[in-house]
Ligand binder design. Structure first.
Ligand code: ADP
Ligand code: MG
Length: 390
């Protein structure tokens, strides 16, 4: 569906639901990490790329201080009063919208203007491309359009993260919201999760980013994610006995870590080693990505995957099957996990002219192995959140 067809479809649905045409349009993209699994909450680096899959909100301002929100992706919507924002009783997905309104108010923005809003997204849910952050950021942009305030995009990302952490109740890092707000067309972003600075990293021509969605259930993702965070925190606490100044795994070099690795419980040591190595791989990728050295890319991605599987243990049988399918496919240059792991999407770099053959091969091999039909598609780096241009 092209942008015009998408807009036409949303206008028709909006009119049917709200009885008039929408006046304002916001959008926010999903994203994929090219390197940097679980480094964000360790205050480290991530190579992130916004993708040309995004969430749009069409809206009409209201003058009664209320927000009514519906989605073309999920049944059921809701209405809430900006003067008294409560969690949704049904349609829990509306909590992402409520949470952003709440977080904006917490930040001192008291003159929010309500709206009738309709959401439509081309980002798959729960597979690691950050549909939740895109919904939050698109909501924040919409409140900017209806109200009379302007937020710096980094501040917007922090408020969206606060909404997800404290209103929705998901303990996510800053990566997703930051990427959606700050992404750039035609390049990846090297993000420093400590000082929230970033700079664009060009992607060499001849490298195509292909998403390979395992479409496998991610049952354990929530509890395992929390456990990994706790293990990293324990690692920092124990390493502080040797390096009192460290505040996060980001502050520990590999030689420093190796000198005291034995003092940590085995599992904690494995988790910490992965994060410290993965952080370095992000910096290494920043050097390689603009030039596209295939051997170096392949080795770096392979090391990230091996660490995710053996040290951080965020793999799943579906991910193993997907790696096998990706690495045996024509045109593959490099392949690894994406997002938090435990299923969800993986990511490959594929050479020019090979995307269709790559996708066909991956789908056939993965399906033969798992019985699940995967979703395989190329993405390009898209601009961060803003107004729908179409
Ligand atoms: P991810 O962010 O990796 O896609 P999450 O579990 O963090 O996965 O967020 C997915 C949830 O976000 C969905 O289950 C839904 O509640 C909400 N969501 C995202 N996009 C939309 C949308 N377009 N319409 C309704 N709900 C959405
Ligand atoms: Mg999310």
């Amino acid at each position: 569906m092209n942008d015009q067809a998408r807009k036409t479809k949303m206008i028709a649905a909006f009119e049917e639901r709200f009885g008039a045409a929408p006046e304002l349009w916001s959008r926010a993209p999903g994203r994929v990490d090219l390197m940097g699994s679980h480094t964000d909450y360790n205050m480290g680096f991530v190579m992130t790329m916004t993708v040309d899959r995004d969430t749009w909100i069409a809206a009409r301002p209201r003058d009664d201080g209320k927000v009514a929100i519906a989605s073309l992706n999920v049944a059921g919507g809701g209405e809430f009063d900006l003067a008294h924002i409560t969690p949704a009783e049904d349609a829990p997905w509306t909590n992402y919208v409520r949470g952003v309104a709440w977080a904006l108010q917490q930040a001192g923005i008291q003159n929010l203007v309500g709206f009738d809003g309709l959401v439509h997204s081309t980002i798959p849910f729960g597979s690691g491309l950050s549909s939740s952050a895109a919904l939050e950021i698109a909501t924040a942009v919409m409140f900017q359009l209806t109200g009379d305030f302007e937020l710096d995009p980094v501040e917007m990302a922090l408020l969206a993260q606060k909404a997800e952490n404290d209103f929705v109740g998901v303990n996510c890092g800053i990566l997703d919201q930051y990427s959606s707000a700050m992404g750039q067309a035609a390049s990846a972003l090297l993000l420093d999760c400590r000082d929230l600075s970033s700079h664009p990293v060009p992607i060499a021509s001849g490298l195509n980013v292909v998403i390979c969605d395992t479409r496998a259930q991610r049952n354990l993702a929530g509890s395992e994610y929390g456990e990994r965070r706790t293990q990293c925190e324990e690692g920092v606490r124990l390493l502080q006995a040797f390096y009192p100044d460290i505040r996060a795994l980001r502050d520990v070099s590999l030689p420093q870590f190796a000198a005291h690795e034995q003092a940590l419980p085995e599992v904690v040591a494995k988790r910490c080693r992965f994060v410290i190595e993965e952080n370095q791989r992000v910096l290494d990728l920043a050097e390689i990505l603009p030039y596209g050295d295939a051997t170096a890319l392949s080795e770096l991605f392979a090391a990230s995957w091996a660490g995710a599987r053996d040290l951080y243990e965020i793999s799943a049988p579906a991910m193993e099957a997907m790696m096998k399918a990706m690495l045996s496919a024509p045109g593959v240059i490099a392949a690894r996990q994406a997002g938090a792991g435990f299923g969800g999407c993986m990511v490959a770099l594929v050479g020019d002219g090979a995307i269709d053959d790559f996708a066909r091969h991956v789908a056939a091999v993965y399906q033969a192995d798992t019985g699940i039909h995967p979703s395989v598609y190329a993405v390009v780096a898209a601009a961060g959140a803003g107004v729908v241009e179409a």
